[in-house]
Unconditional design. Structure first.
Length: 254
């Protein structure tokens, strides 16, 4: 059986939401209405004034794309630069075989669903937000009482907080760009060869960027086989998490 792209599934459910809005007497969405996608945002636009200098965005390993629809903003982290201006229908017709089209769709879904009041927290935290996020996850992760925790996708503030809360022996991390590096006492595993994380960690935190780069499908398949609890983190996954019924943790985004 051919594996179905998770983003394709989310797109189909997004279209169904738009159709139900019209049929159910809710706020009608005209597919000809314009969406403006700007990207990449500057580091100051994306993060504000932050004390950390090790975020992937600051190191040029990814960029933040932002869509605006009816004044509502939705964002998506991606490796692809570029901007877009067109209708919602134009977005839905974009091919999803490369990361730019995927990121435009993700950011647009976040913005439109935000405008409808169906989701919140679609804009990345800024200034002191990442520090507050790290403090929050320290408390949250202890409450989960998981023997081992996996982090898929490098978010240095979160990784440092997890190691501080649980110790390096109870945390595993993988990342496509930083494979082989040592961060906070942990060797970063290759994001494409991370089966061991699913074998050892009952709880796995996954960056929403996996939706944009297309690696999410294998990760969800591994989690299904291993019966792992998956929690997505970050603003990128806001819309898809709502549409797909995924658990998401992102308390400091706006």
């Amino acid at each position: 059986m051919e594996k179905l792209d998770m983003l394709v599934q989310a797109k189909r459910r997004f279209i169904s939401v738009l159709e139900l809005q019209s049929l159910g007497g809710g706020e009608c969405i005209d597919l000809e209405e314009e969406v403006v996608v700007s990207g990449p945002l500057s580091s100051k636009e994306a993060l504000g004034e932050t004390e950390r200098d090790d975020f992937p965005l600051l190191r040029g390993k990814e960029v933040l794309m932002q869509a605006v629809y009816r004044g509502a903003a939705g964002q998506a982290f991606t490796s692809s630069s570029g901007s877009f201006r067109g209708s919602i229908e134009d977005v839905l017709e974009m091919p999803l075989y490369e990361s730019f089209g995927r990121a435009v769709l993700i950011a647009t879904m976040n913005a439109v669903l935000r405008s409808l009041g169906l989701i919140e927290n679609t804009v990345h935290c800024r200034d002191e937000g990442p520090s507050r996020c790290a403090s929050s996850i320290s408390e949250w992760i202890r409450e989960q009482e998981s023997d081992m925790v996996g982090l898929i996708g490098m978010q240095p503030a979160l990784l440092e907080a997890l190691v501080g809360a649980l110790g390096p022996d109870r945390v595993m991390v993988s990342d496509l760009a930083e494979a082989g590096a040592v961060r906070f006492g942990l060797k970063v595993m290759d994001g494409m060869e991370c089966s061991e994380i699913f074998e050892k960690c009952p709880l796995i935190l996954i960056t929403g960027s996996t939706l944009a780069n297309g690696t999410i499908d294998d990760l969800i398949e591994k989690a299904g086989k291993g019966r792992n609890r998956v929690v997505f983190f970050g603003s990128t996954a806001a819309g898809a998490a709502y549409l797909m019924g995924w658990e998401r943790w992102c308390p400091c985004s706006t």
